[in-house]
Design a protein around this ligand. Structure first.
Ligand code: HEM
Ligand code: MG
Length: 259
């Protein structure tokens, strides 16, 4: 009797929302493949059970915690809704986001490919690989481009069922831009590495390390602009000759290097 009441109690146990409130998921709470949505849920900006999240709640959570413009929050909510398999639903749950090849994709920065294991749970080994491309105390968009690119190469080499849709590919750029310029600083286009590691590993906002809600609103065009920058860096990784030509024009690579 007591045991059967637990899920119901977990669903109604209030968790206050806010920067100073944090609780890990309980046994009846769900979480998903997005480290940021999990984090906002642990802080109570989203319902702590991770279930039945509606548009207004999503927009408010992203605005209150991250200063993300509500129209952009609504745009992301519409994507989230495509992962709920129930027809005419008006909410999604965090675990819906893990439905493979809807939004969730292979080559994640901190989760296994569906072929290898759970796409929802944090994966230490994969995150260690990602971290190896963040080669300084401050992560730049170039380092984010490297991490994204080489995680894809690793997945392609190790996953016989590797796949990446056009939408999945766009999401990989968006996610990589988001942890640098939305979670970090969109002026300098950088983010302290210890903030990002804390976010992924603890799913908690790293206020004790100096993180604060961004003072400047993150608006619709921002995401596209920074995704474009990561795409440019990716082209340079794929075609280093291009970069060498550019550097030679800037006079940094002597032309007798033969590029
Ligand atoms: C990953 C959805 C908001 C950062 C993901 C994934 C989904 C998702 C489905 C899994 C992709 C995969 O790795 O397979 C959403 C939705 C959002 C949202 C629907 C809003 C309603 C945000 C925000 C940030 C963010 C505001 C800001 C930092 C990330 C990052 C990943 C990710 C960095 C990559 C995790 C990894 O590769 O291991 N998100 N997300 N997301 N999301 Fe979100
Ligand atoms: Mg994934």
């Amino acid at each position: 009797m007591r045991t059967s009441l637990l899920p119901a109690l977990a669903a109604v146990t209030p968790v206050l929302a806010g920067f100073d409130t944090w609780a890990p998921p309980g046994p009846y709470d769900v979480r998903g493949p997005c480290p940021m949505l999990n984090t906002l849920t642990n802080h109570g900006f989203l319902p702590h059970n991770g279930r039945n999240i509606d548009q207004e709640t999503t927009e408010n959570a992203l605005y209150d915690a991250l200063n993300l413009k509500k129209t952009l929050g609504g745009f992301l909510f519409d994507f989230a809704m495509t992962t709920n398999p129930i027809a005419n639903a008006t909410t999604f749950s965090l675990n819906d986001l893990g439905n493979h090849n809807v939004l969730e994709h292979d080559a994640s920065l901190s989760r296994a490919d569906a072929y290898h294991g759970s796409v929802l749970a944090f994966n230490h080994t994969i995150f260690e690989e990602t971290k190896s491309y963040w080669t300084d105390e401050v992560i730049t968009l170039k380092m984010a481009a490297d991490a994204r690119y080489y995680r894809i190469k690793t997945s392609q080499a190790t996953n016989p069922e590797y796949s990446m849709s056009e939408l999945g590919d766009a999401f990989t750029y968006g996610e990589s831009a988001a942890y640098v310029v939305l979670f970090g600083d969109k002026e300098s286009r950088t983010v302290p590495r210890n903030w990002v590691e804390w976010l992924f590993e603890k799913e908690q906002l790293p206020q004790h390390l100096g993180w604060k809600r961004p003072a400047v609103e993150f608006v619709d065009g921002d995401l596209e602009r920074f995704m474009g920058e990561i795409q440019n860096y990716t082209r340079e990784i794929e075609n280093p000759a291009c970069e060498s030509r550019k550097q030679r024009r800037r006079g940094r690579v002597p032309s007798h290097f033969g590029f």
